[in-house]
Design a protein around this ligand. Structure first.
Ligand SMILES: NC(=O)c1ccc[n+]([C@@H]2O[C@H](COP(=O)([O-])OP(=O)(O)OC[C@H]3O[C@@H](n4cnc5c(N)ncnc54)[C@H](O)[C@@H]3O)[C@@H](O)[C@H]2O)c1
Ligand SMILES: [Zn+2]
Length: 385
């Protein structure tokens, strides 16, 4: 069992553990009991039909063995269910079953489930305890770490939410065995992002893992063990960034601010919106977004050509991204203007100085033409591949 401790600066008793191991789900009950203490009687498990069908019985059984009274509530599967409506229904259910202040919510699933269930836990009775059991690679290395919870609205993604840290994150790497390969690719893209913005060694380790990934026998013990270690390294990295800037301070523009985690995301969000969230998984769009941001970085004289090439190759290793043929580039540019991470009406670009070091650049310093060329170069590269 690997453990990553997440410490939060400036608050009392604000720390929790991420526990990572193949088969960890069987220990969910005992780990939850340790994290929650003896007073917690009930647990509301929130999941979706697909994930619950695969892992629900094991999770419930383990929780019951630790003397929790378990109820479950299933939300729809997919980003389009990450809404206030879903949250409203889950809150209603929580009231109906009489969930109390000392009780807890457990999220079992990917980032969609985690974000939604986290927001339910953050708002029910003004906040009750919350545990995460992420079952996608993306959720294990990214979404479950850092305390951001929330939902989408008509106006855009993640526009309503709260910071609410879990008491425990339990990562069972064996759950990835059933994850479709596109979802793995999406998760790997976020991993590449971590290395690219802040840790060259993590970038290299991720790349090396991806190189061996195809040839390694996927479910053999050494694979599982190396994967667990790599996931732990990514959690540690994200936890470190979050600790340094828990609430993503608006004024900060340094290379350690939480905002660096938005590398590739400005264009990714625009790409997702321009294709009605249908063509790309979020992480796949981040793959294109990182290449475009890399291209922009090079055009501004920040990133050198060899490192840009390395970034592209590593994203290639993550898996094949869906074709960007016929993506309306003008629509993508229009959506850029609506990006929520704008500060004072201006976009802030997260670019790269080198692999392992990000730089935040004010939108005024990036000519529109450069953005357009960078985007075109990113999309062209893959159309030709
Ligand atoms: N809170 C944060 O800091 C943060 C960070 C990054 C992303 N996010 C959010 O995370 C969401 C994306 O999460 P995601 O990529 O995990 O998507 P997801 O939750 O939609 O999961 C992807 C698909 O995989 C299925 N699935 C999950 N686990 C499975 C398993 N083990 N086996 C088989 N199928 C499985 C799900 O049912 C779903 O269909 C987005 O809404 C994004 O905004 C949040
Ligand atoms: Zn992301």
């Amino acid at each position: 069992m690997l453990r990553v401790r997440v410490r939060l600066a400036g608050r009392i008793a604000a720390q929790y553990e991420i526990e990572i191991a193949g088969g960890a789900l069987e220990r969910l009950g005992s780990a939850a009991r340790r994290a929650l203490g003896a007073q917690t009687r009930r647990i509301l498990l929130i999941s979706n039909p697909r994930v619950f069908g695969l892992y629900g019985a094991r999770a419930v059984e383990s929780l019951r063995a630790a003397k929790f009274n378990v109820a479950h509530w299933l939300m729809g599967d997919g980003e389009r269910f990450k809404t206030l409506r879903t949250v409203g229904r889950a809150l209603q259910f929580s009231s109906e079953i009489g969930l109390e202040r000392t009780d807890a919510v457990v999220a079992l699933g990917g980032g969609v489930t985690g974000d939604t269930a986290g927001f339910v836990a953050a708002t029910y009775l003004r906040g009750i305890a919350f545990l995460q059991v992420p079952t996608t690679l993306l959720a294990q290395v990214d979404a479950s770490v850092g305390g951001k919870t929330g939902v989408n609205t008509e106006a855009g993604k993640n526009l309503v939410g709260a910071f609410h840290h879990p008491r425990l994150v339990l990562v069972d790497t064996e759950t990835l065995r059933t994850l479709p390969s596109r979802e793995m690719t999406a998760g790997w893209c976020e991993c590449i992002k971590h290395g690219a913005v802040g840790n060259r060694k993590l970038f290299d380790d991720t790349r090396r893992f991806l190189e061996r990934y195809e040839s390694a026998k996927k479910n053999s013990p050494p694979y599982e063990e190396r994967l667990s270690k790599l996931i732990a390294a990514h959690c540690r990295f994200k936890a470190g960034v979050v600790r340094g800037d828990e609430r993503e301070t608006v004024e900060r523009k340094d290379h350690k601010s939480r905002r660096i985690l938005n590398f590739g995301h400005t264009l990714a969000h625009a790409l997702e919106a321009a294709t009605n969230y249908r063509r790309f998984r979020h992480g796949e769009a981040v793959g294109y977004g990182m290449i475009a941001a890399g291209e922009i970085s090079r055009r501004l004289g920040l990133l050198d050509a060899a490192e840009l090439k390395e970034l592209r190759e590593t994203i290639n290793l993550a898996g094949r991204l869906p074709s960007p043929a016929n993506v309306d580039k003008d629509a993508v540019i229009d959506f850029l203007k609506a990006d929520k991470k704008r500060v004072g009406g201006r976009l802030q670009w997260v670019l790269l100085e080198r692999l392992g070091k990000a730089r935040i650049i004010d939108g005024r310093e990036v000519p529109k033409r450069t953005v357009r060329d960078g985007l075109r170069a990113a999309l062209r590269h893959y159309s030709a591949a």
